[in-house]
Design a protein around this ligand. Structure first.
Ligand SMILES: *Cc1c(COP(=O)(O)O)cnc(C)c1O
Length: 406
């Protein structure tokens, strides 16, 4: 192509290699690993066998044979693709049945099933609020809540993490008629659980609606894994008036997708107005069928949750015994997400590399995913781990802590 003389020789498209090189130069280039399951919590990662502490498959259900069998039978019956968006022809009998079972599982009046959690939050927030409305967002919220907030064009008030006094003051000071509070229930990089009854009481006082993202609590917390809202005793029609409960189905449920549940009229409103729902092909029925099986397994998985609790206690006890001189800090968390804050990005990376050399895969999470100076190992536990697995991780961390290179 002839260069445009008015623009000179440089097109912005030709600058992309340099921009990529700049990311690489700043040690921020991300690389995907090619992963294959290798039994239990073990993975083959780029061909190397590793004991992994990075999966969100908290109950170890992703490889359960009953889920694979449900998907196989559904494929035989329904074929593969749903063939359409849900409001046209894509809402299969399997997806419909799943929605009813999801609502029953979380004990809320109605549920809407989506193909992904990211699409759920980026879609439902703009369906609820818009220009002139106000959104209140915890500083550590997941990226898709933030992106949904931005898409909505409502005014965003970001409050310090879990600071309900600051949230209360912001709600009181804001004149908008429509107020929406959005929050993770269990925070994905810290593992802590927000005080849901207190959050809901604030919403009640200021006539705000609460959208709670329970991606990391669903299946793990509450009686029979019914989630953090059920754990707080907030179920049924009365609770649903002020809460939209959202959870993902690719973590503890072991499959893929997400749902939002709550008051039947609110859900109908979302069905009518969520663009990421209306203008996208519905999830394949084989996934809904696997998920229906997963709900049954989750409800009966008290043994897996007890195993998880035991592993959490074992890990925390072992980490508390680490030498103090390095300044490593274990964040408070009773969930499978355990964050060991190291501080500097280089140190977190060196620690991750040291563990990998010993056959362990624990991801280092760096800014901007977490605040500056709080680079960390994010240790994710699963019922697929054994006590021996956790002991191996503890031994490796104790060895690393006494390594003079750190
Ligand atoms: C994983 C996650 C999502 C996104 O869900 P996907 O189904 O993976 O798109 C949303 N919110 C939180 C808090 C998450 O951890």
């Amino acid at each position: 192509m002839e260069p445009n003389p008015e623009r000179g020789n440089s097109s912005w498209i030709d600058e992309i290699p340099d921009r990529l090189a700049a990311i690489e130069g700043a040690h921020l280039l991300r690389r995907r690993r090619v992963v294959q399951p290798a039994g239990g919590a073990h993975l083959l990662v780029d061909g190397q066998p590793l004991l992994a502490f990075c999966s969100n498959d908290y109950l170890g259900l992703a490889s359960h044979p009953a889920l694979a069998e449900a998907a196989r039978q559904a494929t035989h019956r329904y074929g593969l693709g749903s063939g359409g968006s849900p409001l046209v022809s894509g809402h299969s009998a399997a997806n419909d049945a799943l929605e009813h079972e999801l609502a029953a599982f979380v004990q809320l009046p109605r549920a809407l099933y989506f193909y992904a959690g990211y699409a759920t939050n980026t879609g439902i927030i703009p369906a609820l609020v818009g220009k002139g409305d106000a959104l209140f967002s915890d500083a550590l919220n997941h990226a898709c809540l933030i992106d949904g907030a931005r898409l909505s064009r409502a005014t965003i008030v970001r409050y310090p993490h879990a600071d309900l006094a600051a949230l209360g003051a912001a709600l009181a000071a804001n004149p908008a008629r429509r107020k929406l509070v959005i929050s993770d229930a269990v925070f994905s990089m810290d593992g802590d659980l927000i005080d849901i009854p207190a959050l809901l009481a604030l919403c009640e006082r200021h006539d705000a609606l609460l959208l709670l993202d329970d991606a990391h609590g669903f299946g793990v917390l509450g009686p029979q894994g019914r989630g953090s809202l059920a754990q707080a005793g907030l179920t049924g029609a009365a609770a649903a008036r002020r809460v939209l409960y959202m959870a993902t189905l690719g973590k503890a449920a072991g499959v893929a997708g997400a749902f939002v549940a709550g008051d039947a009229t609110l859900i109908e409103w979302l069905l009518q107005g969520t663009r990421s729902y209306i203008f996208a092909t519905a999830a394949p029925p084989l996934l809904a069928s696997a998920l229906r099986q997963s709900l049954r397994l989750m409800a009966a998985a008290d043994d897996r949750r007890a195993q998880l609790d035991a592993l959490i206690a074992q890990l925390r006890e072992g980490l508390a015994a680490l030498p103090q001189h390095l300044g490593w800090r274990l964040l408070p968390s009773q969930t499978p997400v355990q964050a060991l804050v190291v501080g500097r990005s280089e140190d977190a990376l060196a620690l991750m590399d040291g563990l990998r050399a010993r056959g362990l895969w624990v991801p280092a999470i760096r800014p901007p995913t977490v605040p500056a100076g709080t680079a960390r190992l994010r240790i994710a536990l699963s019922a697929a781990h054994t006590a021996h697995d956790v002991q191996q991780l503890l031994d490796a961390l104790h060895a690393a802590a006494s390594d003079p290179a750190l």
